[in-house]
Design a protein around this ligand. Structure first.
Ligand code: HEC
Length: 143
């Protein structure tokens, strides 16, 4: 579990520093969507590790945001926009169906979890499941 939290934190941190001067608006938008999901993962991870107080409605709200953002991924990546700072691989547009399937799986996982989390002990599994969905897409489609 721990490494997923670390991964989410690392992604959120490095994104804020490395990609502050992206010019292309399409690239900006898709990065903003990703950063939002990373922020939600950070919220969930902190609660699950007891670094912040467990709050069921905040946890379910974070899951809902991930679900919404994941649903936007296919549209956000429809245009083959590029930027020197982008880590999007050309494979996204060469194999758009597989890419879209990864987004759909994350959307479905987050949607299914939304509203179900009642206690802290349930968060670890949720974070792990979502973290895996993030990572499986990044492994193939992100530099
Ligand atoms: C369908 C594929 C896919 C899924 C699912 C996905 N990502 Fe991404 N993610 C990408 C791609 C592609 C990029 C690179 C975008 C770019 O640099 O233009 C990226 C970039 C990022 C970035 C860097 C943003 C920046 O400012 O450069 C973060 C942070 C991130 N993702 C977090 C997440 C988290 C957290 C999840 C899961 C909750 C997730 N992603 C799920 C494909 C995905």
């Amino acid at each position: 579990m721990k490494r997923y939290v670390i991964l989410a934190l690392a992604m959120a941190g490095s994104a804020a520093i490395a990609h502050s001067d992206v010019k292309d608006p399409n690239v900006q938008k898709r990065m903003a969507g990703m950063k939002d999901m990373a922020a939600q993962m950070k919220t969930l991870g902190a609660m699950s590790k007891g670094k912040s107080a467990f709050d069921a409605s905040a946890a379910n709200a974070a899951l809902a945001v991930i679900s919404t953002q994941a649903a936007r991924i296919p549209a956000l990546f429809e245009i083959k926009a590029d930027d020197p700072q982008s880590e999007a691989l050309p494979r996204i547009w060469a194999d758009h169906d597989t890419f879209t399937n990864h987004a759909r799986r994350l959307n479905e996982a987050a949607e299914t979890l939304t509203g179900t989390v009642q206690q802290k002990s349930e968060l670890g599994r949720a974070v792990k499941q979502l973290g895996r969905a993030c990572r499986s897409c990044h492994e193939t489609f992100k530099d």
